[in-house]
Design a protein around this ligand. Structure first.
Ligand code: BGP
Length: 474
């Protein structure tokens, strides 16, 4: 249903933008920081994380640009191996100081810090020592990392995100390391359980140490549409939603496994180990809000048990038509949506899908929601006039904001919007070839140039959105 146009957003809406440490900071082995698993596993054909956008050295200049943009809030992540180079134990004072300085700079400029505790960058030493997320030992190490952050940043940071895109760690092989000897699906469900326990412990600790803070997950979600009205396809879409979305949100909010997924795991002998007290911990750690990373919707159809599983090929170069869809035999397989435009990376552009998703989440959980990521990856060109004319990005964001506005009218308690990304940064799959920012970084994958910050057209557009508090922009 459509309603009369009025684009104003609620008073106090958190107009924000997002980044993540390993993609943005650079200085990946500086001042005591050690390697993370993403530093090691990032696609070697493109830029690595060693310099990235050089934010570590230029954070004051970057915060000044945030201020100029008008941001009310800023979502960033904290690098675990920068703060705890050995994954636990002694705190790296220089690493911690960087985040204290960043937060102080944000506050001094009237920008609310939104801190993500874990955004894919597990200290590589913990992976080597005990297999990272495959071992329960990580729960205590993660809790210790949280404790250090709450202790030293908690008086300034009021909004915390526990784990970024636990859901996507199932899909994207470079975000996790696996043991060749154990079936991969079994490992994934085991890791998922362990990660959810770590998330729950972080919430419990936050409640004890920072009773006034707000904390929740940042989940990567895509609504799944059926390819046709064939009942098998309708059911396949429901199940794809359960596997890729509601498995995680039900665990976070209700502390329980969905019965159909539990049955799937049981029939295949891949249920995670549940120890005494696990489910009680999960149930007791209800988040204050849901953070949602939304980029696209998906289409699925029924897949019989004999459907061949192809390797999920990631389209890294940005050549349309190269993505291989996901297949879960006996449940669903992905397929094309003929009604939607796609980015060069085959990501379907579906603003209405965001409204659908927000409403669905509101119906199920009745929790406040913040959009922690949303944006368009593209090859941006710096033209001879020294400008970047990214009208396609403005179009993408404006359409999504319009749907956010409609969703608020539908009753969704949306309290903030963090487009991905504030500035250009290293795309995990495609380096600097694929850019998302409001600010262009003058570098390529092979040439660092001068790393100059150049405001794109979308920068001025978003500035207008924030100034007027309206989704259409200035
Ligand atoms: C999300 C991640 C971000 C970011 C974004 C864009 O999954 O949370 O870290 O990378 O996707 O992805 P990409 O860089 O692969 O285009």
């Amino acid at each position: 249903m459509n309603y009369k146009k009025d684009y104003s957003f609620p008073e106090g809406f958190l107009w924000s933008a997002a980044t993540a440490a390993y993609q943005f900071e650079g200085a990946y082995l500086e001042d005591g920081k050690t390697m993370s698993i993403v530093d090691k596993n990032i696609n070697p054909s493109f830029a690595n994380t060693s310099v990235a956008s050089d934010h570590y050295h230029r954070f004051k200049e970057d915060v000044a640009l945030m201020k100029e943009l008008g941001l009310k809030a800023y979502r960033f992540s904290i690098s675990w191996p920068r703060v705890l180079p050995k994954g636990r134990g002694e705190v790296n004072q220089k690493g911690l100081q960087f985040y204290q300085n960043l937060v102080a700079e944000l506050k001094a400029n009237g920008i609310e810090p939104l801190a993500t505790i874990y955004h894919f960058d597990l200290p590589a030493c913990l992976q080597e020592e005990y297999g990272g997320w495959s071992s329960r030992q990580i729960i205590d190490d993660f809790a210790y990392f949280c404790k250090v952050l709450f202790e030293h940043l908690g008086n300034q940071v009021k909004y915390w995100f526990t784990i970024n895109e636990q859901s996507n760690m199932f899909l994207l092989p470079y975000l996790m390391e696996f043991d060749d000897q154990i079936p991969i699906e079994k490992q994934k469900y085991e890791m998922n359980h362990i990660m959810t326990l770590a998330h729950a412990k972080a919430i419990t600790l936050c409640r004890e140490m920072l009773p006034d803070a707000k904390i929740g997950p940042a989940i990567g979600l895509s609504p799944n549409y059926p390819e046709s009205c064939r009942p098998e396809d309708i059911q396949a879409a429901r199940e794809a939603d359960d596997f890729r979305n509601y498995l995680f949100t039900d665990l976070y909010v209700h502390g329980r496994y969905r019965e159909n997924i539990w049955r799937y795991m049981k029939e295949r002998g891949i249920t995670p180990t549940i120890d005494e007290g696990d489910m009680e911990l999960l149930k007791s750690a209800k988040p204050d809000f849901l953070g949602i990373n939304y980029y696209q919707s998906r289409v699925v159809k029924y897949a019989s048990e004999s459907t061949i599983v192809r390797d999920m090929k990631v389209n890294a170069d940005g050549r349309k038509g190269e993505t291989e869809f996901e297949v879960v035999p006996g449940v669903y397989e992905g397929c094309n949506n003929p009604y939607l435009e796609k980015t060069d990376w085959d990501w379907e552009i579906d603003a209405i899908g965001l409204r659908t998703l927000l409403n669905e989440l509101n119906d199920r959980y009745r929790l406040p929601i913040i959009i922690t990521e949303n944006g368009m990856g593209a090859v941006d060109k710096l033209t001879a006039d020294g400008k970047v004319h990214d009208d396609y990005r403005i179009d993408y964001l404006a359409k999504h904001l319009e749907q956010c506005h409609l969703a608020i009218g539908d009753g969704v308690q949306l309290f903030g919007y963090c487009p991905w990304s504030f500035m250009d940064l290293v795309s995990t799959t495609s380096g600097f070839r694929k850019r998302y920012g409001f600010v262009y970084i003058n570098r390529t994958d092979d040439n660092l140039k001068d790393l100059r910050r150049i405001r794109k057209e979308s920068f001025y557009w978003y500035q207008g959105v924030i100034r007027t508090n309206e989704g259409v922009g200035g």
